[in-house]
Design a protein around this ligand. Sequence first.
Ligand code: PLP
Length: 402
Amino acid sequence: VSTWAQVPQGPPDPILGVTEAFRADRDPCKMNLGVGAYRDNDGKPYVLSCVRKAEKRLLDKSMDKEYLGITGHPGFVQRASKLAYGADSPALAESRVAATQSISGTGALRIGGEFLSRYYPYAKKIYLPTPSWGNHTPIFRDSGLEVGQYRYFDKTTNGLNIDGMLEDLQNLPANSIVLMHACAHNPTGVDPTAEQWDQISQVIKDRDHFCFFDMAYQGFASGNVDRDAQAVRQFVSRGHYVALSQSFAKNMGLYGERVGTFSLVCQSTEEMKAVESQLKILIRPLYSNPPLNGARIVNQVLSDSTLYSEWLSEVKGMADRIISMRTALKDHLVNDFGSQHNWDHITNQIGMFCYTGLKPDQVEKLTKEHHVYLTKDGRISIAGISSRNVEYLAQSIHAVTK
Ligand code: PLP
């Protein structure tokens, strides 16, 4: 028999499967609302103009291609950390944030998972919101952590189940690891309010839990990078020693460049140094050192005041387009097609995704009869909607929910 005869056929990735089916569809009205990448109003991938300019400058400098150190580009890591924790962050000023460049957000989560699985002194189990990004479970499981859940989304309101969430966090064993989406929760688009974050922070403090923030969308939720980092900064200022995964895939449109950071707020510089030494030991056999290009681009944008301002307005432009598509979708549903359902969650939710509340049979109908492609859980990527197809989408959603 062949050596690999016993290898079972694995299931396809649920999201990439949606894109494949979309490609095969010949209907001119077809829409792909499965992708997690921003599209402009013409449905095209969007490269930020600040990024194009940064690339040009880098090219003109004819820089070498030497290896980065194990923890990456020092200027990039420092500026990225400032962006996340705030320029005036005491934790940064006190040199007690251990940080490393990562292979985007996914790599940061994996480094964090591996670190926790080696050094977290309590139960090696991480609790995720229900639902969470589909890749969280395999990332943490493959890192050697057990995976548990806490309540998050309320299907009856299409909003946050704050009572269930607080109750679950309260009832977890003391010193549990909990994962939180810093903003623009994927897949639901539902974020806690500032007051709710206060309550969450309090329970986590009372129970001595450890909070791992996944920040894949800073700037993408509200259009403002400081506002979107509020939860992280608030936790740090209240004395939580958080871990953070940061990605520049979405907010700088650098998806394929794979640029991000992993960081851990420590109690002292000494502790930070020990943690960084172990991060190096962990990363070295994984991939030796991270890729150069994306880190250089982000460093260029964050260190030049003109490019930085341009970036802030481009992030806001992306967030605003998404918010305006939410408004238009709800408006068409309610005012043009007279849908009797409550669609307030479309505009209450935030970020790239909307959890429509559509049932699996309605999703199937939407795809089969209206050529609209989305994941089975009813999640649509607002980034896939444009002013040209939003009315068609509303009409189609209305047709399957009448
Ligand atoms: N975390 C969440 C919640 C995400 O939605 C994503 C991307 O979709 C990521 C992390 C990681 O993305 P990347 O590895 O491209 O930075």
